[in-house]
Ligand binder design. Structure first.
Ligand code: NDP
Ligand code: 8X3
Length: 250
């Protein structure tokens, strides 16, 4: 039986690249996200390489998350790897002028959604006394940058939860790893700028950012370490990015 990985946010960017890489590396996959057509396309793309199970839910909706995990057929409940990847930034602005709807969506997705899925899946892992949770944090969870306030706060929360999970789950033989990327060229900026492609493209102009495949490679590395080795926390940046705001552009 292959190992089973559950990837949240597999419809795009880092999650999708990770699904492709794990499918080629002997994992069966549970892929999740809101955009059902994209999940179905990905399944069609990968099902000659591995078994794929789709869970279509909005991670902000606790009932949907809990019912989805409860609905898994018995064999799919033996999840070995949970990749907490679903997340987003919305807008860039000061606290005093911030948009409350954007704040709530970021907190509900990046923090509360991550907690809902982790609670359900960690209980399945506890039954099996084995598992590995990979939390996708960010440089924004290590530093705060101008106008990034609430997004940075959500990723600082992921940083704290990553440490907390490692303590709580230690006795159950469950590894916990954070991967914190700098700038990765995905749909992230298109979402942050609410579909403004020019603004989004501009974020990655003048330098070579990370690509989703770079983070997928890192995820594969951390989940394939020997049983006695855990990577606790990784910060991975484009070579030309020294900090959240310092980039050596051409
Ligand atoms: P993308 O926008 O390309 O992908 C985001 C994924 O999250 C999509 O699959 C989306 O699926 C899913 N998602 C968002 N909201 C929800 C929701 N409410 N319910 C379920 N799924 C949701 O961006 P990235 O691949 O870049 O982002 C992946 C992770 O990486 C995020 O946590 C992000 O914060 C983090 N990150 C990104 C960096 C970057 O520079 N790109 C750097 C550091 C960290 P769907 O819309 O179909 O629901
Ligand atoms: C995404 C990286 O620097 O745009 O988490 O916040 S950054």
């Amino acid at each position: 039986m292959k190992k089973i990985g559950l990837i949240t946010g597999a419809t795009s960017g880092i999650g999708k690249a990770t699904a492709k890489l794990l499918a080629e590396n002997n994992y069966d996959l549970i892929i999740t996200g809101r955009r059902k057509e994209r999940l179905e396309e990905l399944k069609a793309d990968l099902e000659d390489k591995c078994n794929i199970y789709i869970l279509n839910f909005d991670i902000r909706n606790k009932t949907e998350v809990y019912n989805s995990i409860d609905s898994l057929p018995t064999k799919w409940q033996n999840i070995n790897i949970l990749i907490n990847n679903a997340g987003l930034a919305l807008g860039l602005g000061t606290i005093q002028n911030g948009d409350e709807n954007d704040w709530e969506q970021m907190i509900d997705t990046n923090v509360k959604g991550l907690l809902y899925i982790t609670k359900k899946v960690s209980n399945l892992m506890i039954k099996n006394k084995t598992g590995h949770i990979v939390n996708i944090g960010s440089i924004a969870g290590k530093e705060v940058y101008p106008n990034g306030n609430v997004y940075c706060a959500t990723k600082h929360s992921v940083d704290a939860l990553n440490k907390a999970m490692r303590i709580d789950l230690l006795e159950y033989n469950i590894k916990v790893t954070a991967i914190n990327p700098g700038m990765v060229d995905t749909e992230f900026s298109l979402v942050r700028f609410k579909g403004d492609k020019e603004k989004a493209d501009n974020v990655y102009n003048g330098f070579t950012p990370l690509f989703a495949k770079d983070i997928a490679d890192t995820i594969l590395f951390v989940i394939t370490r020997p049983a006695n080795v855990n990577i606790n926390d990784l910060l991975i940046m484009p070579s030309v990015q020294a900090s959240a705001t310092i980039i050596n552009k051409e």
